[in-house]
Each structure stands twice: as structure tokens, then as C-alpha cells.
Design a binder for this molecule. Structure first.
Ligand SMILES: N[C@@H](CCC(=O)N[C@@H](CS)C(=O)NCC(=O)O)C(=O)O
Length: 198
């Protein structure tokens, strides 16, 4: 199986870390979403990453579906079996991905719109969701031990993306969140290899 990805993509970082954590043999191939390569578009008409292509050539997306696919493929070791803990892990993943969606919306607004057409109120609205989400996370950090689950990998993807694109803009007043990657790295030593990077 193969994951189509880009090194800066937070959702890709999440699924690649999860696959590694589960011990699944999985190739990764970099694709440039901006040029709509056939390799990607033929598998995923949305042209988004990550996209996983399984050993039968069938495509799996988006990242949360890939996480469920990996969980199944590794014998349910990616999310807790206990129903309450599983729900908490899934909601953590949804929150981290949702914050990432807002960050990406801001980055795309600034990247793809001519400066004169930037709509600041919309950017501010996205940023207010980011701020609320980060405050919630800082006040409700997940227990982080060697028993990592999908929620931790979503948080690691988000943390890496914040460091990559928003350094200096979000850390104040959120020390637990800021320091969390060091803790995570203690239990997932390959974070530097997989985290979102330019
Ligand atoms: N909800 C999707 C979001 C995926 C997504 O937006 N990926 C970005 C890169 S981080 C992408 O493919 N952007 C290119 C595009 O939208 O054309 C997921 O979780 O996989």
C-alpha cells in the first residue's frame, strides 16, 4: 500500500505517523497537488492528500477514513477498544483536524487570492475558531503515554503545522500545548522525520 502525500501536509503527517506506529508496511510518494498529477487525480477526483492506494489498487481518502482503514488493517490498535476512550480519541482527532482545516483555509486564502481580494473578516473568523480550539486543547491536553492513539497523531500533525506556518502567533498563554511535542516525541521518536516540514 502507498500513501500519496506532501511533506508540509498536516493530515498526511497524521496518517503516515499512524501507519508507522501500527507497524504497517506502507510506501509514501510525494505528489504536487497544485499540478493535479494523474497519479493523484486517477485515485482521488478531489485531488487532495493524503490519499492511500491499497494493495488492490483501490483508493482511500480522506485522512479520517484512512485512519479507520489503518486501524482495521492493524487489528484495531490505532484507537482504543473501550467505547468511551475510543469516542474521546475520535473527538480529539476531529478537533485537531478541524483546527487544521481553519489554519489551512487561512493559508490558502493568503496563497491563492490576490492581496487586494483578501477578505479579512473571513480570515479573522477562521482564526477565532483556531484560538478557541487551541485554548480548549491547552486546558484539556490528552494523557500522553506510550499508548498512543489516532487522536495523538492528529494533535502531532496540528502541532507541526502550527510550528511550520504560524510560529510566534499562537504560543502565548498555551504552555502545555507548546511543550506537548517534546512529550509526544518521547513516545514516538520519529516525530522529526514525519512532522509537517517545508
Ligand atoms: N479533510 C481532508 C483534507 C485534506 C486536504 O485538504 N489536504 C490538503 C493538503 S494539507 C490538500 O490536498 N490541498 C490541495 C487541494 O485542496 O487542492 C483530509 O482530512 O484528508
Amino acid at each position: 500500500m502507498k500513501i500519496l502525500y506532501s511533506p508540509a501536509s498536516p493530515y498526511s503527517a497524521k496518517v503516515r505517523m499512524a501507519a508507522h506506529h501500527c507497524g504497517l508496511v506502507c510506501e509514501s510518494e510525494i505528489v504536487d497537488t497544485a499540478s493535479d498529477p494523474a497519479l493523484l487525480i486517477d485515485s482521488n477526483p478531489l485531488g487532495k492528500i493524503p490519499t492511500l492506494v491499497d494493495d488492490q489498487g483501490s483508493a482511500v481518502y480522506d485522512s479520517r477514513v484512512i485512519m479507520q482503514y489503518l486501524d482495521h488493517a492493524c487489528g484495531r490498535r490505532l484507537f482504543p477498544r473501550n467505547a468511551e476512550k475510543r469516542k474521546d480519541a475520535l473527538v480529539l482527532e476531529a478537533l485537531c483536524d478541524g483546527i487544521t482545516d481553519c489554519l489551512l483555509a487561512i493559508v490558502y486564502e493568503q496563497r491563492f487570492r490576490p492581496e487586494a481580494k483578501l477578505h479579512e473578516p473571513w480570515i479573522e473568523r477562521q482564526w477565532s475558531k483556531v484560538e478557541r480550539g487551541l485554548d480548549f486543547l491547552n486546558g484539556n491536553m490528552p494523557r500522553t503515554t506510550k499508548n498512543l492513539h489516532g487522536g495523538h497523531f492528529a494533535l502531532a500533525g496540528l502541532s507541526g503545522y502550527l510550528a511550520l506556518r504560524f510560529e510566534g502567533k499562537w504560543e502565548r498563554g498555551r504552555p502545555k500545548l507548546k511543550n506537548w511535542p517534546q512529550k509526544f516525541n518521547r513516545f514516538f521518536g520519529e516525530y522529526d522525520l514525519y512532522k509537517p516540514q517545508a
